[in-house]
Design a protein around this ligand. Structure first.
Ligand code: GRG
Length: 624
């Protein structure tokens, strides 16, 4: 068909007019429209300049028009003045970008396409479920970079061709999952999924296709007309992944030539001269004005324009809220808040441990094993809740939370060593010295302890060096002779006949000290009156004891599977905890009285203290 049209086109007695077949649908999708609207509305609401990190969508003309309206496009968060309004691009951003924006005090508006946000949520869910995730996409594309940045590095492998799977060292019985870049070519994704399924038995898949409706519709529309065209023109930016996919799809569907053009100035005149039927489509990021200009130029060359039959798209997304985001997990149930905080803490720990070349990889692996992807994050949530209560920054609280989790992980790793509690299981997995070896466990603990102080002393934790010094001092006291180390000594070498007072003293140091530090650190991150601080510290004192008494109770009545470690060891070792001294009922009564004291300490804060109340409730009733 294409060849015979060409003959007609170049022959003397050509009758049929030369025509342009316009693919339907083409051009802007709902996600692109929403992102552009977001920048325009942010400009009218907050005034110029509004900063945009990276191209809001991949189209030069769109970016230039927004620049004329007062938008300033930058590459990195550091290029944006503190306190400014910043819009994040439709392609989605890594967690670290949002945390950097928050730490810089930016008023952040995230214009992520909701369909990309769906992929982020899937990837995070599979990572949490312990699956290795394949992201079918193009390495380096901003959408892929943003998706990778939702989980710690190494949790996701980017693959684009079946051959990429061969390079991976994963046994066939691994639990895996796949997600797809929203603008990936449908047929290539199908091939990739088939290759994954052939290699792995346990494969979790997205509930609905990750390739977005706009990519799907535009690829199908161009595929339907390509074979009848001598030439297919795709109007779009060279940076646009979905534009480039449209040229590939058109060529694969049988047109002899598919050319990506930015606008009317780029028309391939040599190819047009010999073409009778030209297909025309446009990427999801191409404005209608660019397509109109190309149509006008083709009409001027004698082409008749014809709309091809196709789908009418009705998709519209809710506008982005223009209330600048501070991504603090202040809303939702305790479980929701914990889930969001866990993901953020994992990302903060992953980036703090880092991937610097030349460092010992085994040590870094052991540090990640000890800290990432496990634990309730009780102490980190506590810092975030107190910081939020006193008006502190979430990003700063997250850094302090990560530091505390490093110390906590260190204490668990050392506590599990044969010279202390000699445990094989922690957080439902082999203890660190069992997974690695004892020397690595000692050194990973040492490095985590050093990292905790490094995080606290580093500038992004707080702009005021005096606050950073206070944080460092308070943590040093919490882990030293009067804190964890001293408490552990009392536990290992108790007096011959320990009294209830001895037991409380030991637990207050071993467990309470870090919980008290979490609360104290939170109060340092925002403005807090002396009275508020005293109440919060009282809350912390009682909470630490509640937490430890419940720990003792779980040792007697808990389910090892749920708790994730060996139980019934204290009594066997003759160690005196709350349950051995007070009995189960007595311990429960004591914990409940202490919880009441926690709630009383919070009473003047009213509803603002709900997250802290929830934590106290959790501490007294937890099963793990
Ligand atoms: C920190 C310098 C320094 C020394 C450490 C080994 C040691 C000295 C102290 C041991 C402290 C210890 C193991 C206390 C028990 C605290 C406790 C109740 C742990 C369980 O905490 P969860 O339930 O654990 O919050 P997850 O796994 O949820 O994080």
């Amino acid at each position: 068909m294409a060849a015979s049209s060409m003959t007609m086109a170049t022959g003397q007695e050509r009758k049929a007019p030369r025509r342009v077949l316009l693919a339907n649908p083409r051009g802007f999708c709902a996600g692109v429209q929403r992102a552009i609207d977001t920048v325009e509305q942010a400009l009218s609401r907050h005034g110029a300049p509004v900063y945009v990190r990276r191209a809001i969508v991949h189209n030069r003309a769109v970016v230039e028009r927004l620049e004329q309206l007062g938008a300033v496009f930058v590459q990195e968060i550091d290029d944006i003045p503190a306190g400014a309004v910043a819009v994040l691009s439709a392609h989605g951003s890594a967690r670290s970008v949002k945390l950097a924006a928050d730490a810089r005090g930016l008023r952040m508006v995230d214009a992520i396409c909701p369909l990309v946000a769906k992929v982020h949520a899937e990837v995070e869910g599979w990572y949490r479920a312990g699956r290795h995730v394949f992201l079918i996409g193009h390495l380096g594309h901003p959408e892929v970079v943003g998706t990778l940045g939702q989980v710690p590095s190494g949790a996701v492998s980017v693959v684009s061709r079946p051959a990429d799977l061969e390079a991976l060292d994963l046994p066939p019985n691994s639990a895996v999952a796949y997600a797809v870049q929203t603008t990936f070519a449908m047929r290539d994704a199908d091939d990739m999924v088939a290759a994954i399924r052939e290699r792995f038995r346990d494969v979790a898949a997205p509930r609905s296709s990750d390739i977005c409706y706009a990519t799907t519709n535009r690829q199908q529309a161009v595929e339907a007309l390509a074979a009848s065209c001598d030439l297919v023109l795709v109007v779009g930016d060279v940076m646009s992944s979905n534009a480039r996919r449209l040229t590939e799809v058109a060529e694969a569907a049988g047109t002899p030539h598919a050319v990506l053009i930015a606008g009317a100035d780029d028309l391939p005149l040599d190819l047009l001269a010999g073409a009778a039927t030209v297909g025309l489509t446009a990427a999801a990021s191409t404005p209608a004005s660019a397509v109109d200009a190309v149509c006008a130029a083709l009409a001027a060359q004698g082409f008749v324009l014809e709309e091809a039959e196709g789908l009418a798209e009705q998709v519209r997304f809710k506008p982005v809220s223009l209330e600048p985001l501070h991504p603090a997990p202040e809303s939702g149930s305790l479980e929701d808040r914990l889930a969001r905080l866990r993901a953020d803490i994992d990302a903060a720990l992953d980036s703090a441990i880092g991937h610097a070349r030349g460092r010992d990889r085994r040590l870094a692996e052991a540090m990640r094993y000890a800290t990432i992807g496990g634990g309730k994050r009780f102490r980190a949530l506590l810092v975030a809740a107190v910081s939020d209560l006193v008006g502190g920054s979430y990003a700063q609280a997250l850094r302090v939370g990560a530091a505390i989790e490093c110390v906590h992980a260190q204490s668990l790793v050392h506590d599990d060593l044969p010279c202390m509690d000699d445990d094989d299981l922690r957080r439902g997995r082999p203890t660190l010295h069992r997974k690695f070896d004892e020397a690595t466990a000692v050194l990973a603990g040492d490095a985590l302890l050093a990292l905790a102080f490094e995080i606290l002393a580093d500038e992004p934790t707080h702009p005021d060096p005096a606050v950073r010094a206070q944080l460092v001092l308070a943590l040093a006291r919490a882990v030293g002779q009067d804190g964890l180390a001293g408490g552990q000594m009392m536990d290992l070498y108790p007096p011959a006949k320990p009294s209830a007072q001895d037991m409380f003293e030991c637990e207050s140091r071993k467990t309470g000290a870090l919980i008290r530090f979490a609360v104290e650190a939170g109060t340092l991150l925002g403005p807090c009156s002396a009275e508020e601080r005293a109440r919060l510290l009282r809350f912390a004192e009682n909470l630490g004891l509640v937490f430890q008494i419940r720990d003792d109770m779980l040792d007697s009545i808990g389910d090892a599977q749920v708790v994730g470690k060996a139980l019934r060891k204290d009594e066997a070792a003759g160690r005196k905890g709350a349950t051995t001294l007070l009995g189960i009922e007595g311990a429960a009564r004591q914990a409940s009285e202490l919880e009441n004291a926690c709630q009383e300490a919070l009473s003047p804060f009213g509803a603002r203290a709900t997250p802290l109340r929830d934590l106290a409730r959790f501490a007294v009733s937890r099963m793990h």
